[in-house]
Design a binder for this molecule. Structure first.
Ligand code: NAD
Length: 298
């Protein structure tokens, strides 16, 4: 069993760290939000007062933060964590961030003889709680092999996408598609309901037809169709509108840099940005259905 320092105990990091505790690892966790640390302590983890404290004596450091600037702020610079960790420490960043920052942090880690992978995840909060996330990794093969045993209690699948930053590129492509699929699903359900259909019945029909997709299977955006989906609890928790807008921004930036046309990704980003501007940034991203129906966030 390993000594693990876990930084970022939010919607995803909290249940991921709790699964590592359940698997018998000694996990010390830190989050800027005291309530997140309290929740983690209640799940059996050891709460730390700072990131520095969380990684004392750790063989493995895992981070699950919102965006690239948080990850760079945590690891880089004279006061950053990389400067404190002993050589050989395994560093796993599971945040979804831009590939450039991921490569920059990985290069700084290598300079200090640390082993690092970018390992963003897919599977949502439910997957984090159930330990069934898909890890999409970038970095050296040997480092990933070392990381596998640590990822195991949190994962149903672990993929190696390529070198440093490749996990982030693959995750960005996936999340652009996710935003498009969620918006398309919300649009179809809205259209059906406006034309006299029961959204629950339409969902079943599309699930068994060629429109079937992940949103219909496990994350239906229509309130009440799926008991455990964020739509059925006023779009609380889950995956924030601000975060999918961030991911679509990453896709748009990469598309500009590589002169790739992503018209749907660009449009859906604008929809989510407008939705966020109207006050829904903290709501779950399936609330795009309410936006399409002209409802303002409550
Ligand atoms: P969240 O906002 O719930 O959690 C992030 C946590 O990081 C917060 O609790 C915040 O207080 C903490 N934090 C920020 N800066 C910190 C710092 N310097 N030190 C310590 N703690 C700090 O977000 P989340 O939904 O858990 O998402 C985390 C990452 O995972 C994001 O990059 C997101 O895009 C990605 N992701 C989310 C989902 C999802 O369904 N929510 C799914 C896959 C991937």
């Amino acid at each position: 069993m390993a000594k693990i320092g876990f930084i970022g105990l939010g919607n995803m990091g909290g249940p991921m760290a709790a699964n590592l505790v359940r698997a018998g690892h000694e996990v010390s966790g830190f989050d800027l939000a005291a309530t997140a640390v309290e929740k983690f302590t209640a799940a059996g983890g050891r709460g730390a007062a700072s990131a520095e404290e969380a990684v004392v004596g750790a063989e493995v450091v895992i981070s699950m933060l919102p965006a690239g600037r948080h990850v760079a702020g945590l690891y880089l610079g004279e006061r950053g964590l990389l400067a404190r960790l002993p050589p050989g420490t395994l560093v796993i960043d599971s945040s979804t961030i831009d590939a450039e920052t991921a490569r920059q942090v990985a290069a700084a880690a290598v300079e200090r003889d640390l082993a690092m992978i970018d390992a963003p995840v897919s599977g949502g909060v439910a997957g984090a709680a159930a330990g069934t996330l898909t890890f999409i990794c970038g970095g050296e093969e040997a480092t990933l092999e070392r990381a596998r045993a640590i990822l195991e209690p949190m994962a149903k699948a672990v993929f190696h996408a390529g070198g440093a930053g490749a996990g982030q590129v693959a995750k960005m492509c996936n999340n652009m598609l996710l935003g498009i699929l969620m918006t398309g699903t919300a649009e179809a359900l809205s259209l059906g309901e406006a034309n006299g259909l029961d959204p629950a019945v339409l969902s079943e029909i599309m699930k068994a037809s060629s429109g079937n997709n992940w949103a219909l299977q496990v994350y239906n955006p229509w309130p009440g169709v799926m008991e455990n989906a964020p739509a059925s609890r006023d779009y609380q928790g889950g995956f924030a509108v601000d975060l999918i807008a961030k991911d679509l921004g990453l896709a748009n930036g990469a598309a500009l840099n590589s002169a790739t046309g992503i018209p749907l990704g660009a449009l859906v980003r604008q929809l989510y940005l407008t939705h966020a501007k109207q006050g829904a940034g903290g709501k779950d991203f399936s609330s795009i259905l309410a936006f399409l129906r002209g409802e303002r966030p409550g």
